[in-house]
Write a protein that binds this ligand. Structure first.
Ligand code: ZN
Length: 173
């Protein structure tokens, strides 16, 4: 028997009423964009490159739109590393970078972080995404590993020591 599912905040859950399959099928077609996770402790104006996501004060750009991104004056620029490299000469950002990685792209090396700092002069926060763009693990302001949000989607070495930021999720290091 197929169990009808509802999507609540991007997660599939069993529908409270299993006797309305037509309505459930309709809801399943309407997949919401993943919410952007702001790594800063305050709201910010966010430019996201190509990734499908949503949030307040957030706009999505293509990597070819450097002029439009500049005019938007992003406080956070969020993109895969390859696109940050493409834009490094033409776009500036005032508060932070979010670097999207996935299982196929290597985690950020110290050399890459140093290069990002030299070019953009703002802290960078790695966010590991799954294929649908949901954040699996994310870096906090302590920059000591990635807090794991979804254990089922994670592989690698984990530490369970509490982070200095106060969060208690295991971290990928
Ligand atoms: Zn932390």
């Amino acid at each position: 028997m197929r169990i009808p599912l509802l999507l609540v905040r991007g997660r599939a859950q069993r529908a409270p009423s299993a006797d309305k399959p037509r309505r459930t099928r309709h809801l399943l077609r309407f997949l919401p964009s993943p919410r952007f996770r702001n790594p800063l402790p305050h709201p910010a104006r966010v430019a996201v490159l190509t990734q499908r996501c949503s949030g307040r004060n957030l706009r999505i750009f293509q990597s070819t739109e450097s002029l439009a991104i500049g005019a938007y004056r992003p406080e956070i620029l969020a993109a895969p590393l390859s696109m940050l490299r493409e834009l490094s000469e033409s776009v500036s950002v005032s508060k932070a970078l979010v670097v999207f990685t996935d299982r196929c792209s290597s985690p950020l090396t110290q050399a890459t972080r140093d290069w990002l700092w030299q070019r953009f002069a703002v802290p960078c926060f790695e966010q590991l995404l799954d294929a649908s763009g949901q954040v699996i693990a994310e870096e906090c302001q302590v920059h000591d590993g990635l807090h794991v949000l979804r254990m089922d989607a994670t592989s690698g070495t984990l530490t369970t020591a509490e982070c200095d930021c106060g969060r208690t999720e295991p971290r990928l290091k």
